[in-house]
Write a protein that binds this ligand. Structure first.
Ligand SMILES: Cc1ncc(C[n+]2csc(CCOP(=O)(O)OP(=O)(O)O)c2C)c(N)n1
Ligand code: SF4
Length: 342
């Protein structure tokens, strides 16, 4: 019998029939497009793919995917995603969250899913504002940001999502932006290939409540001067003419921006090592105007993910119980201090 090879799915095959309800011009559209392209590129199976979100504009994304999905409660997507992955480790689990959902009400859940290292992709759509609830300051908003909740300017120090993820123990931490389609989609594929919690911060423009906050990074004219795209094993070069770089401060701690030429060669620059946690921490913190914003994979080290360890432990416990002729669940339940209520 002739076998008919399945037709490879295209990005549009991952789009649901639901009307997309984001504001015209919202950066979420571009991220949705990049995700659908990534799934097509990696040959994802819709029936084995699940998108899980909390609450926010960004968290509406699962409706727009022709895959399984849960639109859950505010900040709790990591818990639902952990349960989903533990129940069925064959599923490919994607968490979609915003900076408010992920780092305010969901900060605690974010911390634990990262330290547990459950195999899933966590995509944080960071627009530095609460979009859905009409523009209040979020945990990633900059000091001085004026909003309905901070009319005189925010006084709170912002959370840096990548620094948070590194501190929590994530083994895959990356950063991209909504408009950087060429970079974003392959980066999502790398996150998906990583076994463990893959954390991707995506700088996203909220055209209504925080328009242009990442312009320096995303505008084609300014981006070369204000971004540095990391590549493992490559020197850290940036600039419109690739004339600038980062090097270790001579005789000091940290890095500085240098211009190539005048006695400074590419061989003097820092070379990216994505397995170096100290370097990743340092790079994650760099911001303008003095430094470029660093994009790409900041940190990646292989390892065994949580659900693999959980199932190993369960299998070992089952084997032990099955081998014990005296194993008795009733006896176990009545063991130790028990009392009766008459
Ligand atoms: C328990 C609870 N508290 C507060 C809210 C109100 N609320 C809904 S979305 C949101 C913040 C969303 O911000 P973010 O995650 O940054 O998403 P965006 O809309 O910007 O994509 C808040 C506070 C809620 N829905 N539930
Ligand atoms: S309010 Fe902002 S984040 Fe929400 S859909 Fe509109 S542009 Fe997008």
């Amino acid at each position: 019998m002739n076998e008919i090879a399945p037709t490879p799915l295209k990005p549009k095959d991952f789009a649901s029939d639901q009307e997309v309800r984001w504001c015209p011009g919202c950066g979420d559209y571009a991220i949705l497009k990049a995700i659908q392209k990534t799934l097509a590129d990696i040959g994802a199976e819709p029936e084995n793919t699940v998108f899980i979100s909390g609450i926010g504009c960004s968290s509406r994304l699962p409706y727009y995917m022709a895959t399984y999905g849960f639109h859950t409660i505010h900040g709790r997507a990591p818990a639902i995603a952990t349960g989903t992955k533990l129940a069925n480790p064959e599923l490919d689990v994607w968490v979609i969250t915003g900076d408010g959902d992920g780092f305010s009400i969901g900060g605690n859940h974010m911390l634990h899913v990262l330290r547990r290292d459950v195999d899933m992709q966590i995509l944080v759509f960071n627009n530095e504002v609460y979009g859905l609830t009409k523009g209040q300051a979020s945990p990633t908003s900059r000091v001085g940001m004026r909003s309905p909740s901070t009319p005189l300017g925010s006084l709170d120090g912002p959370v840096n999502p990548c620094v948070f993820a590194l501190a929590a123990g994530a083994r895959f931490v990356a950063r991209s932006a909504d408009t950087l389609q060429k970079q974003l989609s392959p980066l999502l594929a790398e996150a998906q290939a990583h076994k463990g919690a893959s954390f991707v911060e995506i700088l996203q423009n909220c055209i209504i409540y925080n328009d242009g906050v990442f312009n320096e990074v995303t505008d084609k004219k300014t981006a070369p001067e204000h971004t540095l795209i990391l590549e493992h094993g490559a020197p850290m070069v940036f600039g419109a003419e690739r004339e600038k770089g980062l090097r270790v401060k001579p005789g000091g701690f940290g890095v500085e921006v240098v211009t190539l030429g005048d006695g400074i060669a590419e061989s003097d620059l820092l070379v990216h090592d994505e397995t170096n946690l100290d370097l990743a921490n340092h790079l994650a913190r760099l911001t303008g105007p003095d430094f470029p914003t660093v994009l790409g994979v900041l940190y990646r080290v292989p390892g065994e993910s949580y659900e693999a360890r959980v199932h190993e432990q369960l299998d070992a416990a089952r084997t032990e119980v099955e081998a014990d002729p005296h194993a008795d669940i009733d006896a176990l339940l009545h063991d130790g201090p028990v009392w009766r209520i008459d």
